[in-house]
Ligand binder design. Structure first.
Ligand SMILES: [Zn+2]
Ligand SMILES: [Zn+2]
Length: 267
């Protein structure tokens, strides 16, 4: 049972379903204590239909979640955040959101890289060593900003890469070393577990979590948080979520189940 979840999406991103309040009621019904909304960040001048909501939806997102926070404050702690890519051009925007307390936190979701206003890498479609290195460099740059509460699915690069080769091992070690140094938790993400195992190369497995990555995280002594990454209210309570909890226990990971959002970002 996950009592504190910081990874929840909304319909605004175009690939999640349900009303915001339905997520809240589902969480309360399940006895959850913290429900953090972290929809895909909406960015000025970036249009990615069905990936993230348009920038114009931002105020609606903020007001809806803040209203629910107030309405249900006696029953559950609701937080407002974003899952955001480490796009350098937008770091000042992220910083402003945190400093002005328009949002409570950010989690780092490194899905793609942006250069000169264009998306240049999709990390779920890893096909090359170059792409893996770009993933790692982009991720570490984001981690070092201090803007992010934790790293969502750090093993996301295995979602499109057929085998955990030497390059995968090296970048995993670098990512875990950096997480350890900065004391930033890594998220074992449950979304792809709910989707079930798939055939990739010669392996039948979840796209992520990828066990070899988490063995390295364990060895390096990284802090780990479980993230539901819910894209529908019922995903908060999906039976398959227990498989992720079981996996984390079997790996004997150093789990943190609750995070303090209010002081992690220091100006
Ligand atoms: Zn999503
Ligand atoms: Zn993500």
């Amino acid at each position: 049972m996950i009592r504190h979840n910081y990874h929840t999406h909304t319909f605004r991103c175009g690939h999640a379903v349900g009303e915001d309040e339905e997520y809240v009621l589902e969480a309360i019904g399940a006895g959850m204590q913290t429900l953090g909304f972290s929809d895909h960040v909406m960015l000025e001048n970036i249009s990615q239909p069905r990936v993230r909501g348009d920038f114009e939806l931002t105020e609606n997102y903020f007001s809806s979640i803040r209203d629910l926070q107030e309405k249900y404050k006696e029953r559950i702690k609701i937080l407002l955040g974003f899952e955001a890519e480490p796009f350098e051009d937008y770091f000042p925007y992220y910083k402003m959101l945190l400093e002005s307390k328009k949002i409570d936190y950010l989690i780092l979701g490194n899905h793609c890289a942006l250069e000169d206003g264009k998306i240049v890498y999709f990390f779920s479609k890893n096909t090359s060593k170059e792409n893996l290195i770009a993933y790692k460099n982009t991720l570490i740059k984001g981690m070092r900003t201090g803007l992010f509460l934790y790293v969502a699915h750090p093993d996301y690069f295995m979602g499109g890469y057929p085998v955990f080769d030497r390059t995968c091992k090296i970048i995993s070690e670098e990512i875990c070393d950096c997480a350890k140094e900065l004391n930033i938790p890594l998220e074992l993400n449950l979304a792809a577990i709910r989707r079930g195992k798939v055939q990739l190369g010669s392996e039948t497995r979840y796209l992520y979590p990828y066990i070899e990555f988490w063995k390295i995280a364990k060895k390096k002594g990284c802090k780990v948080i479980l993230g539901l990454d819910a894209h529908g209210p019922k995903e908060l309570t999906h039976r398959a979520n227990d498989l992720g909890i079981k996996m984390a226990k079997e790996l004997n990971l150093d789990i943190v189940d609750r995070l303090e959002v209010h002081n992690y970002f220091k100006k």
